[in-house]
Design a protein around this ligand. Structure first.
Ligand SMILES: NC(=O)c1ccc[n+]([C@@H]2O[C@H](COP(=O)([O-])OP(=O)(O)OC[C@H]3O[C@@H](n4cnc5c(N)ncnc54)[C@H](O)[C@@H]3O)[C@@H](O)[C@H]2O)c1
Length: 383
């Protein structure tokens, strides 16, 4: 049950500039066969700078409403971005038939319940990472998607970076042979979003703090599983709590992984970084014929013992900016929204389906359990 939905305030009426927004959309409608009504659950930073701005670059849809428990914040975001209505009750928001699809951008621990509610209300769902925070919720979402036949896209926005797409394609087309070792890091400095007076106080709230292995580790693990098209079979994790006293949970994890394809791997998730993290970044793949590291494809010249850079994808795509890039937001959210709309229209299959996202959650919660118990934990991928 969503703990916040008993807070209610009535939908706010049309905004002064609504007429202008609608005129623009009416003109667009002449060229498109249908407009997909979008609702936003959780109207904070990533909703505004990522999802709403992203949808607003695509003429196939219109962002109709925001549901948020913080009335003032939602109203401010709605006015700033031209979203016509704000709701304080989830059931009222979900009852609107013209909202066909929702983006879920609330704090991590609320995703599981809200995805379930939205799917059961007949809405297509794009859910911010992590899809949920328990294996039980992941299994329920997979079941919801199976039974409703609706589109679910896990919001793993790094998949839309062209350098990662090129790395995944390089592996999948045999450029580095068989992968024997995969690594991924999320080593961040989250001080600006930690603490009661930060941009996102929920992350360090003692009742439901963000576990960095779920909230951060999902990025590199999502990339690994997507690139390798495999599953994690076992995990063994160490964790400590030294760098971020304000976070009431472990702030650093090192997780050893085994994969169904025979490779082994290492995942690091940490939020206490105070300087450069000199690693391969979010995705590194070592193969029998070459290596994908730091956005580059390397091969060794056997005769001369020389390492050659075959492709530098970072360099190749350095000028390829996300479509929405003139804000605080730096990721490819507009491209992710476009893909979600393509999936709804039946033109694409989700890059991160409910089962894919559930397998990421299954491995990460196994990692948290392993760090807690000191035991190796098998991962149940059967969804
Ligand atoms: N993909 C990425 O790179 C990326 C980056 C940052 C955050 N995120 C994810 O996006 C989500 C939101 O993060 P954010 O940084 O925008 O946080 P935020 O605090 O700016 O926004 C969260 C919003 O949810 C609202 N909220 C709280 N309880 C709610 C409830 N019960 N129902 C509806 N709304 C509720 C808050 O009032 C707030 O407006 C998180 O899951 C986070 O992990 C993803």
């Amino acid at each position: 049950m969503d703990i916040m939905t008993n807070f209610f305030y009535p939908p706010i009426g049309p905004l002064p500039y609504q007429g202008r927004v609608r005129v623009g959309l009416l003109l667009l409608k002449k060229e498109t066969s249908m407009t997909i009504g979008i609702g936003i659950i959780g109207g904070g930073g990533i909703a505004a700078e990522g999802h709403i701005r992203g949808y607003q670059t695509d003429a196939r849809c219109e962002v109709l409403a925001i549901y948020d428990v913080d009335a003032d914040k939602a109203q401010e975001q709605a006015e700033r971005l031209g979203v016509p209505q704000v709701y304080g009750a989830l059931d009222e928001f979900l009852a609107r038939p013209d909202i066909q699809a929702v983006s879920i951008c609330s704090p991590d621990h609320l995703h599981g319940e809200q995805v379930h509610a939205a799917l059961r209300a007949g809405k297509h769902v794009l859910c911010e990472k992590p899809m949920c925070t328990t294996r039980e919720d992941a299994a329920r979402i997979v079941q919801d998607v199976r039974e409703t036949g609706l589109t679910f896209l896990g919001g793993h926005v790094y998949h839309f970076r062209p350098d990662y797409q090129a790395m995944a394609t390089a592996y999948q087309t045999g450029e580095i042979g068989e992968v024997w070792l995969a690594e991924g890091d999320y080593i961040s400095d989250l001080r600006s979003v930690y603490g009661p007076n930060s941009q996102t106080p929920w992350r360090t709230n003692a009742q439901a703090a963000q576990d960095i292995l779920l909230g951060g580790g999902c990025h590199p693990l999502g990339l690994m599983l997507w690139a390798l098209q495999t599953q994690v079979t076992q995990v063994f994790a160490f964790a400590n709590h030294k760098a971020e006293p304000i976070l009431p949970l472990n702030d650093c994890y090192v997780v050893s992984l085994t994969f169904a394809n025979g490779a082994i791997g290492k995942l690091i998730a940490a939020s206490g970084n105070r300087g450069y993290a000199p690693t391969g970044g979010h995705l590194t793949l070592y193969g029998t014929e070459g290596t994908l590291w730091g956005g580059k494809l390397y091969r060794n010249n056997r005769e001369e013992h020389r390492t050659e850079i075959i492709h530098d994808y970072r360099e190749q795509f350095k000028d390829h900016k996300p479509r929405v890039h003139d804000t605080r937001q730096v990721h490819h959210f507009a491209e992710q929204c476009e893909h979600f709309l393509d999936c709804i229209e039946g033109k694409a299959q989700p890059q991160m389906s409910a089962i894919d996202a559930a397998r990421v959650i299954a491995a990460l919660v196994a990692g948290i359990e392993s760090a807690r118990t000191g035991q190796m934990v098998p991962v149940d991928n059967n969804f």
